[in-house]
Ligand binder design. Structure first.
Ligand code: 5MM
Length: 347
């Protein structure tokens, strides 16, 4: 295995002032987001939305890598230019979601196991030939009465480690995404306890499978109060709980941590990332974003499937990318949030 390219790509993905944009929604997830806004659930609408994202002016200033879906990595712009060419010309590294989704875990009716290991070696070879330099696999952990079970945590941690080993064998950087869901009435303390337990298990399995920690990235949830908990943790509480949890679980050899947004509204997600970087300026890893909804949603709300709205939607997308890039540097504040992205002073 040639480790150096893996290390180089991992570092480039979490370079200062940059983060990742997840645009790897599977068709059912994309349909759900489109349906809520009355956008047609068609291949062409998905293609047009993804074209809007990757052709956003200046995107490469703030976005290091984009995570694509199998359908998307094979698509082209309306003018016939392959998406992969557009992405590379924007100075952005292409990546690919390779899991086959979270399915019911046999014997544990309220829990999920992510599938997709069968045939993964061959799929990685194909994606690597196409130009993907990193991959992503998401495991889903639910907090509830008596769950998560050890069975669920162990099964998902093992699958994540097997996936990561296959990626590194293929020369592809694995992004390891164990997502503890926001859904439910649980407290921030419970979220921290579960996230810590999950990350301990994930790194134990990664080490057992011989993963080169320097050539991978972690994509975790932030530690938050559950969506139905009446007590809302402050921005600083979230930053402190999240960083303390990560310091206890993530080896310093890992080059970067790129958070998922998990259903947080866009601005709080940015503010929480910023607080981690301002309150903990000397962390062993680069701490950045790999958001989907917290970058895409404001733009999708504006686009609504209408070509006339493309410039406004691209402006909104660029704005969120720029705000999150500022949060990675610990430089996000109300002036960055209020700035007019294409007309105001650059930052
Ligand atoms: C884009 O959503 C991805 C999952 O899609 P499917 O459920 O359709 O497979 C997801 O992995 C995403 O990359 C991350 O969860 C980050 O997205 P959010 O919206 O949490 O930032």
């Amino acid at each position: 295995m040639n480790i150096q390219p893996l290390i180089k790509t991992s570092k480039a993905l979490v370079a200062a002032g940059k983060g990742l944009l997840a645009m790897d929604e599977s068709t059912p997830t994309c349909d759900k987001r489109f349906e809520a806004l009355g956008i047609p659930k068609t291949v062409e609408a998905r293609r047009a939305w993804r074209e809007l994202i990757i052709t956003t002016p200046g995107l490469g200033q703030w976005i290091s890598g984009v995570i694509l879906y199998d359908e998307t990595i094979r698509q082209s712009t309306k003018a016939g230019v392959p998406f992969l060419k557009v992405i590379k010309e924007a100075g952005i590294i292409p990546g690919i979601k390779v899991d086959a989704g979270a399915k019911s875990l046999a014997g544990w009716p309220d829990e999920k196991i992510t599938e997709g290991l069968d045939g993964l070696r061959d799929r990685l070879v194909e994606y690597g030939r196409m130009g993907a330099r990193f991959a992503k696999w998401r495991a889903v952990i639910t907090i509830g009465d008596g769950i998560p079970s050890t069975s669920c945590i162990e099964a998902n941690a093992h699958a994540l480690a097997r996936y990561a080993a296959l990626c590194q064998e293929a020369g592809i950087v694995p992004i390891v995404e164990p997502e503890v869901l926001l859904d439910g009435p649980h407290s921030i303390e419970r979220c921290r306890e579960v996230t810590e337990q999950v990350l301990h298990a994930v790194f134990a399995h990664l080490i057992q499978q011989g993963i080169v920690l320097e050539g991978m990235l972690l994509k975790p949830n932030m530690v938050l109060s559950g969506s139905k908990n009446a007590t809302r943790a402050t921005v600083d509480d979230v930053a402190d709980a999240t960083v303390h949890c990560l310091l206890r679980t993530v080896p310093a050899a890992v080059p970067g941590i790129a958070f998922l947004s998990g259903g947080q509204p866009a601005e709080p997600a940015t503010a929480r990332l910023n607080a981690m970087n301002t309150r903990f300026p000397t962390l062993p890893w680069s701490v950045t974003f790999s958001f989907s909804r917290a970058i895409q949603q404001p733009a999708l709300d504006l686009w609504r499937g209408d070509e006339a709205n493309v410039p406004a939607a691209q402006k909104a997308l660029a704005h969120r990318a720029r705000c999150n890039a500022a949060a990675h540097r610990g430089e996000y504040d109300s002036s960055v949030e209020a700035a007019d992205i294409f007309n105001g002073p650059g930052r």
